[in-house]
Design a protein around this ligand. Structure first.
Ligand code: NAD
Length: 484
């Protein structure tokens, strides 16, 4: 471990106030347009990962609750599907506007519940969630233009399961296109981050969305497993780990229920010797330390051309040592809390494996709060392509560095993964970027930037990163059937 150089001056604390946040002590299930006690009788507290304090109790739906949710959704579907697209669009516009109006509150709750820096929830998660609703509101009366002028109809009741790394944003990615296309949706948020989805349920009430069009069925993996197996669903969409994605695919095998899976990744961020290196270093940092590395498309495999390896590593380490780790509510924080004790244990186990297998570890030295779940930004060099840290998704603030000599070798190494979600290319040669991008097996390729999201752009994976696309016109297709 190398020692952090003295920082001659430091920022004063700049904590965002949480005074304006009005959370209830306990939330029931949002079924049929209202919050109700779960038939399961189970409530579990959602924990702030930065303090380990409970924030609010949340219902865990059981099998009877799943049945009630599907019944309510089925009853709501015919009317919703029969509304002219323009009318559905008005509801989506309303939801988008209400997200904007309540943006400050939503950002603080996202940060309290999930541990991500407020700067990110305020500037990325919440604005992008609103943007998704705006974008698909625009599509609701133009669906035919998104599918080559074919006649289309909605699928019906959609079960949607999301993970904890971008809770509100993933809910928006799922709900906005489904609703725009005339489906009704049952959303299952992740157990560690249910709160912004419950605020979104309140927003649906404020927008006077008809009861049953959106259901928020909080709970854990058992709730999710019951939902995907529930009779009466017409489509399942899942974002989460590859292991659970496999389980869902097996559960739906032999049915004609369409499925989209957005799963894990081990994305390559490739730095060529002709890149603007300082800019690349910023992109590397954003690629892997954004949201503590809890990003499915994180640039977790850094491929550096051998001729510039030492220079890039020196600059990167210099930059990493200035990352501010700590209170997620502080507006100056770069790296917040790890989402849960389980996730921290997973990161620690993989980092230990990296050291055991012989890679060189450098972790920045910084003061970490006494309570909560924390992992300081970490860099592994001398990594071989067979090391676990080069192969498995760590889903934490840990980057593994590999080198290459030629463009062909860069492509081969980048594609040497069972995943294929995203990639980054850093070069000042446009033709090279296009040539490499077209040879990469990755759903998204960024050039001279990383982790840039836009509701108009399709997102999704190859290989074990899943199938189906979300975002843009491509994101409509999974929620429609072609009539003629
Ligand atoms: P996870 O698969 O454990 O959980 C995701 C969701 O599935 C949660 O809501 C969970 O309650 C639910 N779930 C768990 N077991 C289930 C089951 N048997 N049946 C149905 N639902 C079940 O994943 P996670 O740890 O919450 O999230 C991290 C993973 O998600 C990472 O692998 C990451 O790469 C992936 N991810 C992918 C994308 C993408 O767009 N490709 C986006 C975000 C996260």
């Amino acid at each position: 471990m190398s020692v952090r150089t003295t920082v001659v001056w430091d920022y004063a604390p700049a904590p965002e106030s949480a005074d304006h946040v009005r959370l209830k002590d306990r939330y029931g299930l949002f079924i049929d347009g209202d919050f109700s006690e779960p038939a399961s009788g189970r409530f579990v507290p959602s924990i702030n990962p930065a303090t380990e304090e409970p924030i609010a109790e949340v219902a865990y739906g059981g099998p009877d609750d799943v049945v009630a949710a599907v019944q309510s959704a089925r009853a709501a579907h015919p009317k919703w599907a029969a509304l002219p697209g323009l009318e559905r669009a008005k509801y989506l516009f309303r939801i988008a506007r209400l997200i904007q109006e309540r943006a400050r509150e939503l950002a603080v709750v996202e940060t309290l519940d999930g541990g991500k820096p407020l700067r990110e929830s305020r500037d990325v998660d919440i604005p992008l969630a609103a943007a998704h609703f705006f974008h698909y509101a625009g599509w609701a009366d133009k669906l035919r233009y998104g599918v080559n002028a074919r006649e289309v109809s909605p699928l019906g009741v959609v079960g949607q399961i999301v993970p904890w790394n971008f809770p509100l944003l993933m809910a928006a990615w799922k709900l906005a296109p489904a609703l725009a296309c005339g489906n009704v949706a049952i959303l299952k948020p992740a157990e560690t981050t249910p709160l912004t989805a419950l605020l979104l349920a309140e927003i649906c009430q404020e927008a006077e969305l008809p009861p049953g069009v959106v259901t928020v069925l909080t709970g854990d993996g058992d709730t999710g497993a019951a939902l995907v197996r529930a009779p009466g669903l017409n489509k399942v969409a899942f974002t989460g780990s590859t292991a659970v994605g496999r389980d869902i695919q097996a559960a739906l095998a032999g049915t004609n229920i369409p499925l989209t899976l957005e799963l894990g990744g081990k994305s390559a961020n490739i730095v060529f010797e002709d890149a603007a290196l300082d800019q690349a270093v910023e992109g590397i940092v954003n690629g892997i330390f954004f949201n503590q590395g809890h990003v499915c498309c994180a640039g977790s495999r850094l491929l550096i051309q051998e001729s510039v390896h030492d220079e890039v590593i020196a600059k990167l380490w210099q930059r990493m040592r200035r990352l501010r780790v700590g209170d997620p509510l502080d507006k100056n924080t770069d790296v917040g809390a790890i989402n849960s004790a389980e996730q921290l244990a997973r990161i620690e186990a993989l980092v230990a494996a990296g050291e055991e297998e012989g890679a060189s570890r450098q972790t920045i030295e910084c003061e970490l709060p006494e309570r909560g779940y924390w992992f300081a930004p970490t860099l592994f060099t001398d990594v071989s392509p067979a090391h676990r840290i080069a192969v498995e998704e760590i889903f934490g603030p840990v980057v593994s560095v590999l080198t290459f000599r030629t463009q062909a070798e860069a492509i081969e190494k980048a594609n040497n993964s069972r995943y294929g979600l995203a990639a980054g290319i850093w070069t000042d040669k446009g033709a090279k970027a296009f040539e490499v991008a077209s040879a990469l097996q990755a759903g998204v390729v960024w050039q001279n930037t990383y982790n840039h999201f836009d509701p108009t752009a399709a997102f999704g994976g190859y290989k074990e990163s899943g199938f189906g696309r979300e975002g843009g016109p491509a994101g409509l297709r999974p929620y429609l059937q072609i009539v003629q």
